[in-house]
Design a protein around this ligand. Structure first.
Ligand SMILES: [Zn+2]
Length: 347
């Protein structure tokens, strides 16, 4: 009688072993068939540069529909800083002259204190900022608390820097080198010592020397230059490590950044705090260069921009302090529109 087939236990074990071996072969094939890992993507970090130039004592909100007022510049920058931790704010000089009587009456102290309230990470000395002499400029800088950078204004006798030439800061995940430069001003003295300005091509060599020294400690290098876009092009050409030049002095408007042959971006944003330039970057931390960017000029429209009410209150207090006779403490609206890079008026 054919009995019920009896399974051979050793046969079952043999099949299991066969299965295990097959699985290992398949896994082995799968492992070897896996595509080679792609190259590790570059590490990146965001950085938002907000910038102004040629504020020119325009402190209180100008009359009429003209944009600006330093309390709105401050309100905007504080608003953005409350939302992002990767903001660097820079001013490219000429804080003084041509604007409110308050600036003149306080010998620039109110204007510099106002800039201090904005919280810039650095500024540079514009030619107008020397108007009350070096002693007062020193007092104004101290009152503002803002680092004043300049690599090309030196004492004629010893060739030493008059101002700190550069500084290094970190915003978000980006290490930033900041270098200052300026067109300077003639016939400036401090304690009897003549102060002189180093110009091109020596200026380019000086900035190149600083940039080379700090390059291994920074991811991006920004030059703050009171010297217009032409001078900015010359600096970019002389210093390939420079990624951005924030310009001033010529009241130009770069609605889109100029791109130097080295790839450096050059920006300048009119005058009188009518706009804040906003350069939103993605920085490639391995290549140490800007991977991508977006640029906008933010109009300081008083209907849309939040006012720094604390600063407005302090401006009123300073007006009582420095203009006890009353005077014309109101802002002079800019008399002429700035030129853009094509020579047209307005942004
Ligand atoms: Zn200037």
């Amino acid at each position: 009688m054919r009995g019920t087939p009896v399974l051979n236990p050793s046969g079952i074990r043999g099949q299991r072993w066969l299965s295990v071996i097959l699985v290992w072969i398949l896994v082995g094939i799968a492992v070897h068939a896996r595509p080679a890992p792609q190259e590790r993507p570059s590490s990146t970090a965001s950085l938002l540069l907000l910038h102004t130039n040629d504020i020119h004592d325009i402190l209180k909100a100008p009359r009429g529909n003209t944009l600006g007022g330093i309390a709105y510049v401050s309100g905007y920058i504080h608003q953005v800083r409350a939302m992002r931790d990767d903001v660097v704010a820079l001013d490219a000089g000429d804080i003084l002259e041509k604007g409110d009587f308050l600036g003149l009456a306080s010998k620039g102290e109110a204007s510099y204190r106002a800039l201090g309230a904005v919280g810039y990470d650095a500024t540079v000395p514009g030619n107008h900022d020397f108007v009350f002499g070096m002693g007062q400029l020193r007092r104004n800088i101290e009152a503002s608390g803002i680092p004043m950078l300049c690599a090309n204004i030196i004492y004629e006798d010893t060739k030493e820097f008059v101002f700190q030439p550069s500084r290094e800061i970190r915003k978000g995940g980006v290490r930033i080198g900041l270098i200052g430069a300026s067109v300077g001003r003639d016939n400036v003295f401090e304690s009897g010592r003549r102060i002189t300005t180093v110009r091109h091509p020596e200026l380019g060599k000086r900035i190149a020397s600083i940039a080379a020294e700090v390059n291994h400690r920074t991811d991006i290098q920004i030059v703050v230059l009171h010297g217009g876009t032409w001078a900015a092009q010359a600096v970019a050409k002389a210093v390939p490590e420079v990624d951005v030049v924030v310009a001033g002095h010529t009241n130009e408007v770069t609605t889109t950044p100029m791109v130097a042959p080295t790839g450096a971006l050059i920006v300048e944003v009119g005058r009188a705090g009518q706009w804040v330039g906003s350069l939103d970057m993605v920085v490639d931390l391995d290549a140490k260069k800007i991977a991508s960017y977006q640029y906008r000029m933010i109009p300081m429209d008083r209907k849309k921009i939040p006012e720094d009410k604390e600063l407005t209150k302090r401006l009123e207090e300073w007006e009582k302090q420095f203009c006890p006779e009353g005077g014309d403490g109101l802002s002079n609206a800019p008399k002429k529109q700035p030129r853009n890079k094509n020579g047209r008026k307005g942004p």
